[in-house]
Design a protein around this ligand. Structure first.
Ligand code: HQG
Length: 178
C-alpha cells in the first residue's frame, strides 16, 4: 500500500507541478485541477477519490491541498509551470537552512542560490528536512542563510501551505556553511 501511495504522490507531483499537458489536464491560474477531470484522464496509476484523499492526508511533506467542496486539488509548492499560489509575504525566522549537494557548494558561494527550474529557492527551518533535500543530489551539506538580514534588506519571503520557505534568490553574502 505504501508503495502505491508513493508512486501516486510522485505521479501527482509530476502532473500538478510540471506537466499537466501530459494528460491534457487543465489547471486554473492558481494551480487547481478538477478532481473528476484528473481521475478521468489518469491512466498511469489507479486513481479514485479515496486513493486521492489518502495520498493527500498521509503525504510525508503535505505536498498537495484538496478543496473537497469545490472538487479541486493542487500542489502546495514546487511548480515549474507558471501558477499563482497567492502567497502573502511573511517575516521569516532569523535563520533558515538550505540543503544541497557538496559538489554545488563552490558554485553557490560564488553565485548565491538561484531558483533553477522552480519558482523559488526553497529553504527550511528543519535541519533534518534540509539534509534530506540535499541528499537527493549527492553527499549533502547544509548552508545557513541570514534571513534576518535579507528581510531587513527588503527580500520577500513566502511560506507554502506545507511550511516550505520560499524566496526569489539568496545572494552569496547571506550564506555561510552550517
Ligand atoms: C542547487 C523537494 C549550483 C540547489 C524538497 C539545489 C524541496 C545551485 C538545486 C524542493 C545554485 C535545485 C526543492 C547555484 C541553487 N549553483 N547549484 N548557484 N543555486 N543550486 O530540486 O531546494 O520532495 O529545484 O542547491 O523537499 O533541492 O519535490 O531545489 O540542489 O522543498 O516535494 O540547485 O523539492 O520537495 O534543485 O528542492 P531543486 P531543492 P519535493
Amino acid at each position: 500500500m505504501e508503495k502505491q501511495l508513493t508512486k501516486t504522490s510522485k505521479y501527482l507531483s509530476f502532473i500538478l507541478r510540471h506537466k499537466p499537458d501530459a494528460i491534457d489536464l487543465a489547471l486554473d491560474e492558481n494551480g487547481w485541477a478538477l478532481i473528476d477531470e484528473l481521475i478521468e484522464k489518469t491512466t498511469e496509476v489507479a486513481l479514485n477519490i479515496n486513493i486521492l484523499k489518502l495520498v493527500v492526508e498521509t503525504n510525508d511533506k503535505q505536498r498537495f491541498a484538496m478543496d473537497i467542496n469545490q472538487g479541486k486539488i493542487r500542489a502546495n509548492q514546487g511548480h515549474s509551470i507558471e501558477v499563482d499560489l497567492s502567497l502573502e509575504p511573511v517575516t521569516p525566522p532569523p535563520v533558515l537552512l538550505h540543503g544541497t549537494a557538496k559538489r554545488s557548494y563552490e558554485s553557490i558561494i560564488k553565485q548565491g542560490l538561484t531558483k533553477q527550474k522552480r519558482h523559488h529557492v526553497h529553504l527550511s527551518e528543519s535541519k533534518m528536512i534540509a539534509t534530506s533535500v540535499g541528499r537527493r543530489y549527492g553527499k549533502p551539506i547544509l548552508q545557513k542563510i541570514d534571513t534576518k538580514r535579507m528581510h531587513e534588506e527588503g527580500f520577500q519571503f513566502f511560506r507554502s501551505a506545507n511550511n516550505v520557505w520560499l524566496v526569489d534568490a539568496v545572494p552569496a553574502k547571506f550564506i555561510s556553511e552550517k
